[in-house]
Design a protein around this ligand. Structure first.
Ligand code: ATP
Ligand code: MG
Ligand code: FE
Length: 387
């Protein structure tokens, strides 16, 4: 079974051909990071235009690299949501046209389900024992910090997801990006903070206590935040990251670190291709300690909340995915703490942790087996929920 996956929900135009739900024959990603970096964030209008420019060559490259024709395919899978409406639409319209033209069924995929399957696919590819079910999936990226309890549904092939936690304000990746910007570092901020944190003292600024006490609320109790979505039944394991973001801002103001950050930002902007190593030369101990302490606190919150959910809900294993899953401190500490609880845990490779289309094709495999196809009037669903 061969599935062509297409992904265009945010700032990556991607296409991939995957065999049997776990064997990528190609995986092409055209990233727009450099384009949006000039604006410090994704600009929706620019994103749609870039997707339009890239979609045809990206799909063509994925087909060529896999050395298959449209006649060889069993289905075409595309991201339905969540994401930017205009960006999603480019992938969906093109996938529909290809499906119509080739007479192949179309499969609609939730982007978050894709992130979870990215990990399952790679683990299967490595020949590991499958993560036992139910598994708890932490999807942590620039737009999401969600916990899902996942198991097989009634049909053996189909998956069933229950959302048991989400951020009530900022996503973890968003907090990384905002803190990096505040400190004059590059965009996206995650890789910069990841690279610089080992040079600072993670216990220099006691965020753990403040951030958790100030913003995290007790497991199972509804969010005190008025903007928070209404809680679903059952215990909740939500996250909050706006408190720690504000704490970093206050720290920077109190310690008069603003001017140094502006100078750092200007110095980096003058370089043709600024990298975290360049920022290291522009760093003082206080800023490095702040970075290390911020990361230590965020990673601590992610791990604690995930492990308490796993314990309370009887999850048998953990899957971590999304852009922040690339973080080295998160990986190292999570491996250790999950192992201490006897829970198998799996992470994506660096390439599979950010947006790609192999994960969309992988998530489509059980739907192909179950003949769960999309209708002709499939549209973009920017706020699509999983489970
Ligand atoms: P979505 O939520 O729709 O997937 P997205 O495009 O923001 O949106 P990704 O591309 O998966 O998500 O991830 C990007 C995010 O991951 C950014 O916020 C970035 O800072 C963060 N990130 C990337 N690498 C790291 C890292 N090594 N450590 C921490 N955060 C990281
Ligand atoms: Mg992205
Ligand atoms: Fe994503």
């Amino acid at each position: 079974g061969l599935i062509l996956g297409i992904e265009s929900s945010c700032d990556e135009t991607a296409a991939s051909v995957v065999r049997a739900g776990h064997e990528p024959l190609s995986n092409i990603v055209a990233s727009q990071i450099a384009l949006h970096a000039n604006y410090g964030g994704v600009v929706p209008e620019l994103a749609s235009r870039e997707h339009l420019r890239n979609i045809v060559p990206v799909v063509r490259a994925a087909m060529a690299q896999a050395n298959v024709t449209f006649a060889d395919l069993d289905a075409i899978a595309v991201t339905q949501g969540p994401g930017l409406a205009g960006a999603l639409l480019v992938g969906i319209l093109y996938a529909k046209a290809l499906a119509f033209g080739s007479g192949k069924p179309l499969i609609a995929i939730n982007h978050l389900e894709g992130h979870i399957h990215a990990v399952l696919m790679e683990s299967q590819l490595r020949g590991e024992a499958p993560i036992p079910l139910p598994l708890l999936a932490l999807v942590v990226s620039g737009g999401h910090t969600h916990l899902y309890l996942a198991r097989h549904g009634t049909a053996e092939a189909a998956w069933h997801y229950r959302n048991v936690g989400r951020t009530v304000d900022d996503a973890a990746g968003e907090a990384y990006d905002k803190v990096a910007k505040l400190l004059g570092l590059g965009y996206p901020g995650g890789p910069w903070i990841d690279a610089l944190a080992p040079h600072g003292n993670p216990r220099a600024v006691p965020f753990q206590f403040n951030a958790i006490k100030g913003t995290r609320y007790r497991d199972g109790k509804p969010a005190p935040n008025k903007k928070a979505p209404p809680p679903q039944p059952g215990p909740r394991f939500d996250f909050s990251f706006s408190g720690i973001k504000s704490a970093v801002l206050r720290y920077v103001q109190t310690k008069n670190m603003r001017e140094a950050a502006d100078l750092r930002q200007q110095a980096l902007a003058a370089l043709p291709n600024p990298r975290p190593e360049d920022a290291l030369a522009l760093m003082d101990t206080q800023t490095l300690d702040l970075i290390a302490s911020f990361q230590h606190a965020v990673v601590g919150i992610l791990i604690r909340q995930t492990l308490s959910a796993a314990e309370c809900l009887g999850a048998q294993g953990i899957v971590v995915s999304g852009g922040v899953a690339a973080n080295r401190e998160l990986r190292a500490r999570f491996q250790k703490e999950a192992a201490a609880k006897g829970l198998p845990i799996a992470f994506p490779s660096m390439a599979m942790s950010t947006d790609n289309a192999a994960m969309i094709a992988a998530a489509a495999w059980p739907k192909l087996l179950a003949e769960d196809f999309a209708s002709d009037d499939l549209g973009a669903t920017p706020q699509l929920k999983l489970g």
